[in-house]
Design a protein around this ligand. Structure first.
Ligand SMILES: *[C@@H]1O[C@H](CO)[C@@H](O)[C@H](O)[C@H]1NC(C)=O
Ligand SMILES: *[C@@H]1O[C@H](CO)[C@@H](O)[C@H](O)[C@H]1NC(C)=O
Ligand SMILES: *[C@@H]1O[C@H](CO)[C@@H](O)[C@H](O)[C@H]1NC(C)=O
Ligand SMILES: *[C@@H]1O[C@H](CO)[C@@H](O)[C@H](O)[C@H]1NC(C)=O
Ligand SMILES: *[C@@H]1O[C@H](CO)[C@@H](O)[C@H](O)[C@H]1NC(C)=O
Ligand SMILES: *[C@@H]1O[C@H](CO)[C@@H](O)[C@H](O)[C@H]1NC(C)=O
Ligand SMILES: *[C@@H]1O[C@H](CO)[C@@H](O)[C@H](O)[C@H]1NC(C)=O
Length: 670
C-alpha cells in the first residue's frame, strides 16, 4: 500500500543501465554539446579484430536538398547506386517522398584514431545559422553528434564560418565478438522518431526485441528519445525499409516507465519514445534531463537513494518528499549526529507555551533558548528529508537548523532566527508597521539577490549530493539583522541523486508555488537545477519591481506553510499575470529604458542606476527562459551578480560586506 502510494505519487526514474558490453545508447547526451560524454563521441571500437566493416545508416528524405539517392549519397558519402538499388528506386535522381526512411549502405565503417567506429562524411557550411549542433541534429538527423564534430574538427564552436569544410563522423558500428557469435553480421544505425518503439523497430527489421536492447545496452524499462540513433543488429543484408506499423500510433502522453515491479508486468516490457504533448517542449524537457548529470561528478559518500528500493531496505536516509512517512529509527539516528534533540518541554518553555504573541507566522514560533532567539516550526508528520538536508549544510545564506523535537507525531524544527522576517513581507506587505514600513534600497536588493544566488550555487555545486531547493520564493527568503538573505524551507528540496547516472528526474506530483514554477515542471514534472534558476529569475524580478510573482494566482494562496499545491490541470492560462512573462516583455523589443522605468518598484523613487538595473533585469529574463537550456546555470548567475555587485558597491565595499544601514540607499541615478 505504502509502496503503491510511493510509486504513484512521487518520482519515476528512468534507468538505462549498461549490462552487456555492446554499444551504449546515446541517451540524449548528444544535446549537451559542452560536454564530452564518451557515448556521444561515438560507438567505441569493441573488437580489435573488426576494425572495418560494412554497415547501414538510415536517413529520412529531406526535401528539397536531400531527397534523391544522389544527394543523400553525397551528404553521407555513400554510393548513390547502392542506395537506389537497396531502396528500389528507379534512378539516382528519383525523388523520395519527404520523411521516407532510406536505408543507406556504408561500405567502410572503421575504427578512428579516437577509438570510435565511424564513417566520415564532410559538409560545407552554407549558412551563418549553422552550428555543429544544427548540422548534427537537423542536416544529419542525428547520425552524428556535436561532440564528435567538435572533437574532430579544427574549427572552434563559436568561430564557424560559411564555407568551412567540416568532417562529419557518422555513427556506425561493427558487431562485437558476442554478436558475431550470435550470427549478427551488420549493425544498422536507425534514427528514432516520435512514435517509434523497440517493438516497432524489432518488427520492422525482423529481429528480436532482446537483441536490440542488448545491442544498445538498454533495459526493458528504459526510455529512448527521438532524433537519436539506435543500433539494429542484422543477421542478413538490409533490405528496403518497410514500416511494420499499421498507421503510426497517434500521439499520446509520454510513457514514463515505472520502475520495474517485482512481477515485471508486460507494460514495462517496451521502450517507448515520448510522444505528443507539445512535442517541441517535450524534446526540450527530455533534453534537459542530462543537465542533472552535471551534478553527478563526484562519488557519493553515502547512498542517498530516493527510491525505497526493494533491494536495499536499509537506506539511511528517508526520501525528502516522503512527507507522510513515519520517521524511521534510522532517519532519527542519522540526524542526531549533528543536531540538538530538544525535549518538548524545552520548546514549550522557550516559546511561552506556543503563545500567540510568539507566533510569527502560521506554525512558526519565536523561542528563546539560552538568551538567543530561534524560530520553532511545528510540522506534521515526517520531515526527516528536510532535517537530513539541513544538518549537512553549512552556508551563511541558508538558514541553519540547530535542532528538532519529535512530539506526538509532530516534528518541531528549531532554526536560526532571522530578525528581519521574510523578503516577501518587505516587498509586499501592506502593513505599515515600523519595520516593513521602510523600503528596501537598491543596494540592499542587489545584495539580497546575490546572497540567494550564493546559497543556490552552494546547494547545486558544493554539496554532496547536490540539492535542488524546488521552492524558492520571496517568502522563503529571510533577512537577518544586517539585511542579509538566508533561504529557508527545504520541505520540498531534493537531492540530485548521483547514484543513478543517466536518468531524468520526473515527478507526477507537481508541488510548488504558482508563479515560480518553470513550464517544464508544471507540464511534465521535470526536476532539474534549472528549476531553481527559474525561481531565482522570478525572485529577481520581484525585487526589481516590487510586484508579486503572480498577480492572479489560480487558487487561494497556501496553507500556513505557504505551499500552494497546483496540479497541472488547475493552472488555467498559466502565462497570465506572471512576473516571469512581464520581465521578458520589459527587456525585449524597443523602448527598453521606458519599459524598465515603468517596471521598477516605484518605492525606489528612481534611486537606482538604470544601466545596472537593466543588467539585472536582463539576467532575470534569461533565468526565466521557457526553454531551460536557455537559462544560465546558477553558477553563471552568481558570477554575473558578483560583477554587478562590485559595480554597485564600488569603493563602498569596505563598509562591512555591503550590508547597508538605513532604509533607502540611493545608487547613482543617471
Ligand atoms: C559475451 O557473452 C558472454 C556470455 O553471454 C558474457 O559472459 C561476456 O561478458 C560477453 N562479452 C562481451 C564482450 O559482451
Ligand atoms: C574531450 O575529451 C578529449 C579527450 O578524451 C580532450 O582532449 C578534450 O579536451 C575534451 N574536450 C572537452 C571540451 O572537454
Ligand atoms: C520496386 O518498384 C517497382 C516500381 O518502381 C515495383 O513495381 C516493384 O514491385 C518494387 N519492388 C519491390 C520489391 O517493392
Ligand atoms: C575500405 O576499407 C578497405 C580495407 O580496409 C580498403 O581497402 C578500401 O579502400 C576502403 N574503401 C573505401 C571507400 O574507403
Ligand atoms: C575520419 O576523419 C577523422 C578526422 O578528420 C580522421 O582522424 C579519421 O582518420 C578519418 N577516418 C577515416 C576512416 O578516414
Ligand atoms: C532536432 O531536430 C528535430 C528534427 O528536425 C527537431 O524537431 C528538434 O527540435 C531538434 N532538436 C533540438 C533540440 O533542436
Ligand atoms: C572537404 O574535405 C574532405 C576531406 O576532409 C574532402 O574529401 C572534400 O573534397 C572537401 N570538400 C571540399 C568541397 O573541398
Amino acid at each position: 500500500m505504502l509502496l503503491r502510494w510511493w510509486w504513484s505519487t512521487v518520482v519515476f526514474f528512468i534507468c538505462i543501465h549498461g549490462f552487456r558490453a555492446q554499444q551504449t545508447y546515446v541517451n540524449n547526451k548528444q544535446l549537451d554539446c559542452d560536454n564530452n560524454y564518451t557515448t556521444a563521441l561515438g560507438y567505441t571500437c569493441t573488437s580489435t579484430a573488426t576494425t572495418t566493416c560494412r554497415s547501414y545508416l538510415t536517413f529520412r528524405s529531406q526535401p528539397p536538398s536531400y531527397n534523391t539517392p544522389s544527394t543523400i549519397a553525397s551528404l553521407l558519402h555513400s554510393n548513390p547506386d547502392d542506395i537506389a538499388v537497396l531502396n528500389n528506386l528507379s534512378s539516382n535522381s528519383a525523388t523520395i517522398p519527404a520523411n521516407t526512411v532510406v536505408v543507406v549502405p556504408i561500405r567502410n565503417c572503421s575504427c578512428s584514431a579516437g577509438g570510435f567506429y565511424q564513417h566520415n562524411a564532410s559538409y560545407i557550411l552554407g549558412s551563418t545559422d549553422e552550428t555543429y549542433f544544427s548540422v548534427a541534429n537537423i542536416t544529419y538527423e542525428g547520425l552524428t553528434t556535436c561532440q564528435a564534430m567538435i572533437a574532430q574538427n579544427p574549427y572552434n564552436y563559436r568561430s564557424l564560418v560559411v564555407g568551412n569544410n567540416i568532417t562529419v563522423p557518422l555513427r556506425c558500428a561493427c558487431p562485437t565478438a558476442n554478436q558475431t557469435a550470435a550470427g549478427v553480421r551488420y549493425l544498422l544505425t536507425y534514427l528514432i522518431t516520435w512514435g517509434d518503439s523497440i517493438d516497432f523497430m524489432a518488427k520492422t527489421f525482423g529481429v528480436s526485441i532482446q537483441s536490440i536492447l542488448d545491442a544498445n545496452e538498454l533495459t526493458e524499462s528504459a526510455i529512448v528519445f527521438p532524433f537519436t540513433p539506435i543500433l539494429i543488429p542484422l543477421t542478413t543484408e538490409a533490405t528496403r525499409f518497410i514500416s511494420a506499423a499499421t498507421p503510426a500510433p497517434p500521439p499520446s502522453p509520454p510513457v514514463i516507465p515505472v520502475a520495474p515491479s517485482s512481477g515485471g508486468g508486460s507494460s514495462s516490457k517496451w521502450i517507448f519514445v515520448g510522444v505528443g504533448i507539445g512535442v517541441g517542449l517535450l524534446v526540450l524537457v527530455f533534453v534537459t534531463g542530462f543537465l542533472v548529470w552535471f551534478f553527478r561528478k563526484r562519488k557519493i559518500q553515502h547512498k542517498n537513494n530516493l527510491l525505497p528500493s526493494k533491494h536495499s531496505p536499509n537506506n539511511h536516509q528517508i526520501p525528502p518528499e516522503s512527507k507522510s512517512w513515519s520517521m524511521s529509527s534510522q532517519g532519527i539516528r542519522f540526524a542526531i549526529e549533528s543536531l540538538t534533540v530538544y525535549k518538548y518541554d524545552e520548546l514549550r518553555k522557550a516559546t511561552g507555551d506556543f503563545s500567540e504573541e510568539n507566533r510569527m507566522k502560521g506554525s512558526v514560533y519565536r523561542g528563546i533558548f539560552n538568551g538567543d532567539f530561534a524560530a520553532v516550526k511545528m510540522m506534521k508528520g515526517d520531515v526527516s528529508g528536510e532535517i537530513n538536508i539541513l544538518q549537512q549544510i553549512n552556508h551563511s545564506n541558508i538558514i541553519r537548523l540547530s535542532g528538532f523535537c519529535l512530539h506526538q507525531g509532530n516534528t518541531y524544527l528549531v532554526y536560526e532566527f532571522a530578525d528581519n522576517g521574510s523578503l516577501s513581507d518587505w516587498l509586499h506587505s501592506i502593513v505599515k508597521n515600523t519595520k516593513y514600513g521602510s523600503v528596501l534600497g537598491w543596494k540592499q536588493r542587489v545584495q539580497i539577490v546575490h546572497d540567494v544566488a550564493d546559497a543556490l550555487n552552494y546547494l547545486h555545486n558544493f554539496v554532496t549530493p547536490p540539492y535542488i531547493h524546488k521552492n524558492l520564493k520571496s517568502s522563503n527568503v529571510l533577512l537577518d539583522g544586517q539585511m542579509r538573505a538566508k533561504i529557508t524551507n527545504f520541505g520540498l528540496a531534493r537531492s540530485v541523486d548521483e547514484d543513478r547516472d543517466g536518468e531524468l528526474q520526473l515527478t507526477r506530483h507537481v508541488v510548488g508555488t504558482f508563479g515560480y514554477m518553470p513550464p517544464e515542471y508544471i507540464e511534465n514534472g521535470l526536476i532539474t537545477p534549472k528549476m531553481d534558476v527559474f525561481a531565482l529569475g522570478v525572485l529577481i524580478s520581484e525585487l526589481l519591481s516590487g510586484k508579486e510573482a503572480a498577480t492572479r494566482p489560480p487558487e487561494a494562496v497556501g496553507d500556513e506553510e505557504d505551499k500552494v499545491k497546483d496540479t497541472a490541470e488547475d493552472v488555467a492560462d498559466p502565462q497570465q499575470g506572471q512576473l516571469s512573462e512581464m520581465i521578458k516583455e520589459v527587456v525585449g523589443g524597443d523602448n527598453v529604458r521606458d519599459k524598465l522605468t515603468e517596471f521598477m518598484d516605484s518605492k525606489l523613487r528612481g534611486e537606482y542606476p538604470v544601466e545596472l538595473a537593466y543588467s539585472v533585469a536582463e539576467l532575470a529574463s534569461k533565468c526565466v527562459a521557457a526553454d531551460l537550456n536557455d537559462r544560465p546555470s546558477v553558477a553563471e548567475v552568481f558570477v554575473t551578480l558578483s560583477k554587478i555587485m562590485s559595480s554597485c558597491f564600488g569603493e563602498a565595499r569596505e563598509e562591512g560586506e555591503g550590508s547597508v544601514e538605513g532604509s533607502i540607499i540611493s545608487g547613482k541615478s543617471r
